[in-house]
Design a protein around this ligand. Structure first.
Ligand SMILES: Nc1ncnc2c1ncn2[C@@H]1O[C@H](COP(=O)(O)OP(=O)(O)O)[C@@H](O)[C@H]1O
Ligand SMILES: CC(=O)N[C@@H](CCC(=O)OP(=O)(O)O)C(=O)O
Length: 261
């Protein structure tokens, strides 16, 4: 039987809140089995940019990343956030190793081609080049990889890449070696319907309907697109749920949040 890996993605709203982050990392450190953490941090990057006099520009949930912004996101994601997460997890007994997509060529990408919009140094992942071999070896040696939302263009440049996309592509590449569960953690109880109730299971047609009605908007649209892409490409299960639900889902094997079907 194949071993199971839990791939957890955590976004900027949890990372930016000290008490929510502490709870999340305590739970992550105590999760049973093999695990990978993908972190975002868009909110922190926006605040730091602002402090440096650079106004963040987002289009369809993606940051327009010019030369100065690339320097900021590289410092914030690969340095400040990634290394603090690693240090905190080490203090909780989790043997974490922090990496970007450039390290060991884990996530090759290319600069997004300019069409109507020039996103600058934003990476589109070359999923077909990802074989999951390095991450698999790290997991089998007892380490928990902590991945920052940065890729590289294989010509010497770092690229800023949406963390939800990193989570989905890493999950797909690891599903060649393991049974993979992908879990998107955020600050709400799951995908909410028009009455703000948690949708227990969401299908593609229902997602299309909710998008059409304006019930699913903003960052939840690319999150669900990435979630469905992972399921279509061989990931065993995908959930979108509150960060507090991790022990319930993984350690107690009880459903919580929204399951992608
Ligand atoms: N129907 C919905 N249910 C839940 N959240 C939604 C919905 N539609 C939009 N959202 C928004 O999507 C956000 C999550 O996406 P995003 O901002 O990318 O978060 P993260 O940084 O955690 O990945 C939530 O904070 C919420 O405001
Ligand atoms: C290209 C692009 O938009 N990259 C994202 C990467 C961080 C991220 O995805 O953070 P959250 O998960 O916290 O939103 C950004 O710079 O905002």
């Amino acid at each position: 039987m194949q071993q199971t890996v839990n791939i957890i993605k955590v976004g900027g709203n949890i990372i930016d809140n000290e008490s929510k982050l502490t709870t999340f990392l305590t739970d992550f450190a105590q999760l049973k089995g093999l695990k990978v953490l993908i972190h975002g941090g868009g909110k922190v990057a926006t605040e730091i940019s602002k402090g440096l006099g650079i106004e963040a520009k987002m289009v369809d949930g993606r940051r327009i990343t010019d030369t100065e912004t690339l320097k900021i996101v590289t410092m914030v994601y690969a340095g400040l956030i990634n290394k603090n997460l690693v240090a905190k997890l080490q203090s909780k007994g989790c043997n974490a190793i922090g990496l970007t997509g450039a390290d060991a060529n884990i996530i090759p990408a290319h600069k997004r081609p300019v069409k109507e919009i020039d996103y600058g140094f934003v990476g589109d992942v070359e999923e077909e080049k990802m074989d999951g071999v390095v991450l698999s070896a790290l997991l089998k040696s007892g380490l928990s990889p902590i991945l920052a939302p940065l890729t590289h263009d294989q010509q010497g440049n770092m690229l800023n890449t949406n963390a939800d996309t990193i989570a989905s592509t890493v999950a797909v590449s690891l599903s060649k070696h393991f049974n993979v569960n992908l879990i998107y953690c955020f600050e709400k109880d799951g995908v909410l319907d028009a009455e703000e109730k948690v949708i227990q299971e969401i299908s593609k047609p229902y997602f299309a309907e909710l998008k059409e009605k304006g019930v699913v908007i903003a960052g939840m649209i690319p999150k669900l697109d990435n979630a469905f892409a992972a399921i279509d490409k061989g990931v065993s299960s995908v959930y979108i749920m509150h960060a507090d639900g991790l022990p319930t889902l993984i350690n107690d094997s009880k459903n919580t949040g929204t399951k992608i079907s």
